[in-house]
Ligand binder design. Structure first.
Ligand SMILES: [Zn+2]
Length: 141
């Protein structure tokens, strides 16, 4: 694995007050989503304010780490030296909560189909910085 710090890759801001809980969980190998502590609305992308009920109290809810492939695209034109082509960008509907979609990157070109099961894994892209990534689930039988 290439260390994006050395290759000049793009790293998330893990100390932001609204999103730090997401990155803290990822560091522990857990996938979470922000939920309103009052009405249970999904606050994704993570934010402090609930537009459903107007409250400011949120909580992080752990998700199962699985999902369904919503869409994908293969990148052939290199736009950043830290991310050699080809690679596949996947958009996954996360199981366990409605309305949470996350992106991931898979090296190379993949044989994918819409709605196929995916599961999360956590890529360490810098010291103590982990990105949730997705790969196809192995289907038994
Ligand atoms: Zn609410």
């Amino acid at each position: 694995m290439t260390d994006p710090r050395l290759a000049g890759g793009i790293l998330p801001e893990t100390g932001d007050i609204d999103t730090a809980g997401f990155w803290d969980a990822a560091r522990e190998g857990r996938l979470v989503a922000r939920m309103c502590a009052t009405c249970g609305a999904v606050l994704h992308l993570p934010r402090a304010y609930c537009s459903e009920c107007g409250r400011w109290e949120g909580r992080w809810e752990e998700l199962p780490g699985s999902g369904r492939l919503h869409s994908w695209t293969v990148v052939h034109h290199q736009v950043h030296p830290a991310y050699p082509v080809p690679y596949t960008i996947v958009l996954v509907d996360v199981d366990g909560v409605e309305g949470v979609r996350l992106l991931g990157r898979i090296d190379g070109e993949c044989d994918l189909r819409a709605d196929q099961p995916m599961h999360v894994w956590f890529e360490e892209v810098a010291e103590d910085v982990f990105l949730p990534q997705w790969r196809p689930s192995v289907v038994e039988g």
